[in-house]
Design a protein around this ligand. Sequence first.
Ligand code: UDP
Length: 422
Amino acid sequence: EWAGMDLSVRRGNDHDPSWFAGLNGLADEYDMIIVGAGISGCVFAERGSKELGLKSLIIDKRDHIGGNCYDFINKHGFRVSQYGVHLFHTKFDRVWEYVNRFSDWIPYEHRVKGKVKDIRDEYQIVPIPPSQETVNKLFDANVHTEEEMEAWLDARRSVNPDPKNGEESALTRSGPELYEAIFKHYTHKQWDKWPEELDASVLARIPVRTNRDDRYFSDQHQALPKDGYTRIFENMIMSDPNITVRLNVDFFEQRAALPKCGLTVFTGPIDAYYASQGLPKLEYRSLRFFEEYHEPDASDKSPHPGFYQPCLQLNYPGPEVDFTRIVEYKHKPNQPAEAKQSKGTVIFKEYSCDVGEPYYPVPNPANRELYERYQALAKDEPGVCFVGRLASYKYFNMDQAFLNALECWDEVKAGGKVAART
Ligand code: UDP
């Protein structure tokens, strides 16, 4: 049954009622009107205010800030993410330093497991990205050193210095068995395309490890915000008198009624901005989450008492189920204390679909070419700057979205597109 999430029971984010006042009571003029209260929009408002004293109006069609990073405390007391699990990691010191201004962070290294059938057709729980343990458990390999793992892979992987698509990229790194077990069907479920129809970069996000490192990411900085992601955005924009936020405001419906401004910062899908130009729409993948609450009874013989599964994220790379992964937020150490002690647990089965909120740009040559036609329009758009994952049609991680927004802001500032108030 589709349970969805009940927004009315969210707690923990003390929303300012003026955020919901439509377009009433606004100033006559702003330096920037920012469409979208996600990472890019909040960076522009925050930097504009701090560096140049700029006044910004942020509008968002949703009823919350934080974009797809939005999390909240649900009716069972767990901090959950409305748009799928988010894990912050970065190698960029500039981004790490920046996000530390708005939150305390708890060190946290994400470890993903996969529930995968072995050569006897029995399920095994194995590390993803695949590593020594993965091939030992799935294929009865007997590798215990990096050299043995290299040799195991060398006997299988194809030599291809320039893989042209996701399939070639995965076969070059992993060989056919791992490709079939870990990459091929997961990718098809996620994108409704086979790996050969996607850019090499998509599957190259997941390495094949020869050592015993079972972390999902290898970046230097990996952490969870102590009070959740939403709190970061609140701290960026909420107590700043230069920044006004209006939620439930759809830019395309209300643009004629918006106050005047020198610069519009558009962070939505670029093809939505140019919908009247007659170009084909860009392709996006969306997600659906099916929520289940589990409360074990006294006879619970689970190997993980109080939990549904062994880890925060359990992938199901095989074709036998049509969801991609199950996320159990109770494993996240930034849960409120009551949630950690709760008898129950809440899980989300994640399905990928082509309708709904745009989550992922679909990286392949056809979409890239189409995006370039939109980009050409955007280049000549006076008084508008396009920033972020949806406006740039790029598969940014959170830290890349922060870095991209900070760098776009630098450019806007250096290019004199905004004039300092102070
Ligand atoms: N992938 C896979 N098997 C997995 C995990 C990932 O084949 O168990 C591939 C798949 O194509 C996926 C891509 O790697 O779309 C990127 O995965 P990631 O976990 O980075 O995606 P996200 O967290 O952004 O949804």
